[in-house]
Design a protein around this ligand. Structure first.
Ligand code: BGP
Length: 484
């Protein structure tokens, strides 16, 4: 594909993104205790050979070098998350001074380098202590504990951080709940809990929005959603309707909460009819409505496709599969809701090795659609290409596929901006290579290469990829003149 772009606004935040458990390592150092991701990834290592979360990219010890490299690239923003289990190792109670200091040091270093911190309060890594105490997100108790954690973090760093995002990808947590949350084995057959957990997260999100408004003058807050626009497989009316149903349940159901303070009627009706709707207590919807968002973070990797799925009377739902091998076509299944929709492969799009469709136009479509519906400023908090990168003997990583992917998506974002969409930032995934949520460390996304394997963390030495140099040039030119 070829594309060209005119310059972005001078105050546009060119950034990059990571999350705490995927990049920091130091899982049990300086007072940090286990998070649910430390436990989930021990299982992933045993069962699939994917790296654990113990070391990941060892950012905890390399953060100054990483910030230096980010500054060399010219980044103007860095989106990262705070590990609740580092700051409050038991989930509640006394904060951990060394953990608290780590994020002060990181934020101070960023600010000194002219890089705006964009902080995510929660990215999949609930303190394990809360899972042991009451089952974690399945219990409503988590809402009070999150409030105390969020109040502490926002007060602690609020004078240095303007941009706050609340909970990473509620939509994806519902889809892949046992990978993103530790769910006790005996509860995994109860699909209503997916939506109950999400309801607890909606309460937490609203609380966090209110806290930022209370504690950070001039602060901006919103959620980060994992979002895929959904295309109908054909122009048959049944498929178009199915795509609308899929949109309502997979996208609208979250955005309507953030911006309208209500659950999408059609999605809720479907969930109700199938015994999946969350239990809502008196006062919940008022709280949700009170937590207004100033902006929205979007993680966009791919569009998706849906087709009609006749009601066969079985009511047997299936949830999205995953490609664990990185061999095209190994996706283990598609989400199916008889009588509502079925997800399917889009025959018109190329995919990466893990069967994720590559669709820059989908990014433009998403941005324009969300802007039209909700009219709030948007930021891309994640966008990137997972690939098997190779470090050459002379210390280079040639990743033209990633340059192509990112370039086409930046151009798509610019087209959306030219049509009036207000964008704050673009933070590709990821600043440095890190632990994938689904495929270990061999599936790489970074602009900076981290030399390690799934089995051997080695020294996590950093190398600049070709995409690093390329992105540096893009930023230096304010995004102007992008072309292949
Ligand atoms: C998003 C998550 C990230 C990240 C990314 C890539 O859903 O917010 O944490 O990992 O997807 O996914 P994966 O790591 O599974 O390839």
């Amino acid at each position: 594909m070829s594309y060209t772009t005119t310059a972005f606004p001078k105050d546009f935040l060119w950034g990059a993104s990571t999350s705490a458990y995927q990049v920091e390592g130091a899982a049990l150092e300086d007072g940090k205790k286990l998070s649910q991701q430390d436990v989930i990834n021990q299982d992933n290592y045993r069962e699939r050979g994917f790296a654990t979360a113990e070391v990941t990219s060892d950012h905890y010890h390399h953060f100054r070098e990483d910030v230096e490299l980010m500054a060399e690239m010219g980044l103007r923003a860095y989106r990262f998350s705070i590990a609740w289990s580092r700051v409050m190792p038991d989930g509640t109670g006394e904060p951990n001074p060394k953990g608290v200091q780590f994020y002060h040091d990181l934020i101070d270093d960023l600010v000194e380098h002219g890089i705006e911190p964009i902080v995510t309060l929660y990215h999949y890594d609930l303190p394990w202590a809360l899972v042991e105490r009451y089952g974690g997100w399945v219990s409503r108790q988590v809402v009070d504990d999150f409030e105390a954690y969020a109040r502490f973090v926002i007060s602690e760093y609020g004078d240095k951080v303007k941009y706050w995002t609340t909970i990473n990808e509620q939509s994806i947590i519902v889809q892949y709940w046992t990978q993103k949350c530790y769910v006790p084995k005996e509860l995994r057959g109860n699909n209503q809990l997916r939506y109950q957990i999400n309801h607890h997260m909606n309460l937490c999100h609203a609380i966090a929005c209110n806290l930022v408004h209370e504690l950070v003058p001039g602060g901006m807050v919103g959620s980060v959603i994992g979002y895929s626009p959904i295309y109908p497989l054909t122009s048959r009316a049944e498929d178009v309707m199915a795509a609308q149903n899929a949109h309502d349940l997979r996208n609208g159901y979250y955005l309507d909460i953030y911006f309208k303070g209500k659950y999408t009627d059609s999605a809720l009706a479907y969930l109700d009819a199938h015994g999946l709707a969350p239990k809502i207590e008196p006062g919940d919807m008022e709280l949700i409505k009170s937590g207004t968002s100033d902006m929205l973070g979007l993680n966009y990797y791919a569009s998706e496709c849906a087709c009609a799925c006749p009601d066969d009377g079985t009511h047997e739902m299936r949830w999205n599969g995953v490609n664990l091998t990185g061999k095209k076509g190994a996706m283990s299944g598609f989400e199916t809701h008889p009588g509502f929709y079925q997800m399917c492969k889009n025959p018109n799009l190329e995919t990466n090795d893990w069967d994720w469709a590559i669709d820059p136009i989908g990014m433009e479509y998403m941005l324009r659609d969300i802007w039209m519906r909700y009219g709030k400023p948007l930021m891309i908090c994640e966008n990137g290409l997972g690939a098997y990168d190779q470090l050459t003997p002379d210390g280079h990583v040639h990743d033209p596929y990633r340059i192509d992917y990112l370039g086409c998506h930046i151009a798509a974002m610019k087209r959306a901006m030219d049509y009036g969409v207000q964008m704050i930032a673009y933070c590709p995934w990821s600043a440095v290579d890190l632990l994938s949520t689904s495929n270990g460390v061999k599936k790489r996304y970074g602009l900076i290469y981290v030399d390690r394997t799934d089995d051997d963390p080695k020294e996590c030495k950093r190398y600049r990829k070709d995409s690093f140099e390329w992105y540096k040039g893009v930023i230096a030119r304010d995004g102007a003149g992008l072309e292949l």
